[in-house]
Design a protein around this ligand. Structure first.
Ligand SMILES: NC(=O)c1ccc[n+]([C@@H]2O[C@H](COP(=O)([O-])OP(=O)(O)OC[C@H]3O[C@@H](n4cnc5c(N)ncnc54)[C@H](OP(=O)(O)O)[C@@H]3O)[C@@H](O)[C@H]2O)c1
Length: 360
């Protein structure tokens, strides 16, 4: 007999839709392997939900995917409805809430759900990067898993937790964890101007619609804080200063005006690249976390540094610890993309379902 595990998914964007498709494709195999069946109880978007109070059938799920693919709201679907508060959909027995939104302000509802015995899986970084109190409420007793928040599908959080759980001590994490900023570093190294590289990255959809959301370093800062907090460092976001790529006078203008003025930064970056080359060093946008502090910014690295070999949009995480002191433990690979991110979330769902069913 298989146990039923109910999923309540917040977010049906790129990652959310890829996740639904992966879960649907893998359900039968997981039931056979682990003795539980995953059922969608609800799919939620910014204004509505598909929810009947029972497991959604395959046809309804398929239609919801098609509706969201064509950018319509779930409320427009037969069986869909407008929704003010997803918490009203929570069942009485423990379910798994999946946050694959990028929304702010989710932490209160998620923490309440955890307190009521539900489990949480996140691709959304924001619930973990608010106050330390919220982080602790969410992650106490491993009620929340969040592998996909850092490095997408790469086993970054799992690696760090395994090192620390087994008694290793952290000396330093160094990471390049923005595909966009990694691409810019490679392009600069190849002789492109910053303005041309930003223009190319934006036209290929590798930046946020406003490239300053990437160039501010804020996303990297949030990931660095998640790594720090996972390491037991009880810091607030202000403890991880980041260096934006653009001067403050370009911070508050329109996106179009910003794009027009990016050539103003070209000379500065040409000089930085030339200086790094003269020093036989490579320029990388690096997040560093040590027990003493953290930083996020452009750094000159010697050619033998693991991050110096990185090219393009790949992420790389280098863990130097008591046991990995001579050579760091390195995790490297694509750190973005809807399929790999959804797979990271899915891995957390399976681990949580196995716990809920007493399989581990
Ligand atoms: N894409 C990647 O490669 C990648 C990699 C690592 C991590 N992530 C993280 O994964 C998350 C999802 O990324 P994505 O690319 O799928 O984003 P997306 O395509 O923009 O989708 C976001 C989804 O969240 C929904 N949403 C927004 N606010 C909501 C709210 N308050 N309540 C319920 N639903 C809400 C949106 O609803 P509507 O459909 O109504 O707009 C949309 O369905 C983000 O946190 C992102 O940082 C993404």
């Amino acid at each position: 007999m298989t146990r039923e595990i109910f999923l309540l998914q917040l977010g049906t964007g790129g990652v959310g839709r890829a996740l639904v498709a992966q879960v649907q494709a893998q359900r039968a195999l997981l039931a056979e392997r682990y003795g539980f069946t995953l059922h969608y109880l609800a799919l939620v978007d910014r204004g509505g939900a598909v929810h009947t109070g029972q497991a959604l059938d395959d046809q309804t799920i398929q239609t919801a995917l098609v509706v969201k693919e064509s950018r319509q709201p779930l409320a427009a679907l037969a069986g869909g409805r407008a929704l003010d508060d997803w918490r009203t959909l929570l069942p009485t027995s423990a379910c798994i809430i999946i946050d694959v939104t990028a929304a702010a302000g989710m932490e209160t509802g998620l923490a309440e759900a955890v307190a009521a015995g539900h489990r949480v899986v996140l691709a959304n970084k924001r619930p973990l990067t608010g106050t330390l109190t919220d982080f602790t409420r969410l992650t106490a007793r491993s009620a929340t898993r969040y592998e996909a928040t850092v490095g997408a599908g790469l086993p970054v959080i799992a690696t760090l937790q395994t090192l620390l759980d087994s008694g290793d001590t952290l000396s330093r994490i160094e990471a390049s964890m923005s595909g966009t900023l990694g691409y810019l570093c490679s392009a600069l190294e190849d002789g492109q101007s910053l303005s041309a590289a930003v223009g190319t990255a934006r036209s290929r959809g590798w930046t946020e619609p406003d490239p300053r959301d990437d160039l501010s370093g804020a996303d990297v800062t949030r990931k660095a804080l998640i790594l720090a907090r996972t390491s037991g460092l009880n810091w607030e976001l202000s403890a991880v200063p980041s260096e934006p790529w653009f001067p403050s006078e370009l911070a508050d203008i329109t996106v179009d005006a910003f794009m027009e003025r990016t050539p103003e930064m070209d000379r500065h970056y040409q000089e930085l690249v030339a200086q790094a080359r003269a020093n036989n060093r490579r320029l990388r946008y690096v997040a560093t976390v040590t027990p003493e502090g953290a930083s996020v910014g452009l750094r000159e690295l010697p050619p033998e540094h693991p991050l110096a070999a990185l090219r393009g949009t790949d992420n790389l995480f280098s863990f130097t610890t008591g046991r990995y002191s001579e050579q760091p433990l390195v995790v490297r690979g694509p750190g973005a993309g809807v399929e790999v991110t959804a797979a990271g979330v899915f891995g957390d769902i399976v681990a949580t379902a196995r716990e809920l069913t007493g399989d581990r």
